[in-house]
Design a protein around this ligand. Structure first.
Ligand code: AMP
Length: 215
């Protein structure tokens, strides 16, 4: 199973991806997470990427395509994977097609998680993430038991530098101009599935699962 999770920032693609990956035991390929991990490790790519991430800008296609190419070349990604947050531009989608053709495979499904801008702003403003294990919380809907502390590992919760109002606005603009055109691209291939992301978390997941079961 090779699937791609799309949607504007804050639509819940990261949380839904985490559940799908867990349930189906798929390798997760999240470019945002790979950049954040590289930054945490002091890797030059991560330090370069964080300059763009903080401002809500996209990291260059060249850097992004290269980290995905390296990740897809690992053995565990041969038969199945879930892509989260890649591709985000038409050039990245073309590069991904090239990588998959070389691997002799293609995507089975692309999920587009839909949400209104009001919901997206609220989600991102209230989102907190664990510095150690990356578990995501929401200050209204998924409240940590102890303020500022991760329930799972006791790590410190922080607000992502790209979850500030300024950055969120820019990310949504970029989504509209650069990423939304990809929906058409995948629709034409007949593999695009729209999912209502404004339902409770479990209902969103059930809708995704209904599609996966039929693949
Ligand atoms: P995410 O965790 O998917 O919300 O990504 C966080 C940030 O990482 C984005 O706002 C971009 O700055 C950067 N990023 C993630 N994926 C990509 C991508 N496919 N192309 C360019 N930049 C990306």
């Amino acid at each position: 199973m090779k699937i791609l999770m799309m949607g504007p920032p804050g639509a819940g693609k990261g949380s839904q991806s985490a559940k799908v990956v867990d349930h189906y035991d798929l390798p997760s390929i999240s470019t945002g997470q790979m950049f954040r991990d590289a930054y945490k490790n002091g890797d030059p790519i991560g330090i370069e990427a964080m300059k763009y991430i903080k401002k809500g800008e996209l990291v260059s296609d060249d850097i992004t395509n290269e980290i995905v190419r390296l990740r897809l070349s690992k053995n565990d990604a041969e038969n199945s994977f879930l892509l989260d947050g890649f591709p985000r531009t038409v050039a990245q989608a073309a590069a991904l097609d090239g990588m998959l053709t070389k691997m002799g495979t293609k995507l089975d499904a692309v999920f587009n998680i839909l949400s209104s801008n009001d919901v997206l702003f609220e989600r991102m403003e209230q989102r907190r993430v664990c510095r150690s294990c990356d578990t995501t919380y929401h200050l209204k809907f998924k409240i940590p038991k102890e303020c500022g502390v991760c329930d799972k590992c006791g790590g410190e919760l922080y607000q992502r530098p790209d979850d500030t109002l300024e950055s969120v606005k820019r990310r949504l603009e970029i989504y509209e101009t650069k990423t939304r055109p990809l929906l058409d691209y995948y629709d034409k291939k007949g593999i695009l599935y729209h999912i209502n992301g404004m339902q409770p978390f479990d209902n969103v997941y059930n809708d995704i699962e209904l599609v996966i079961r039929d693949l």
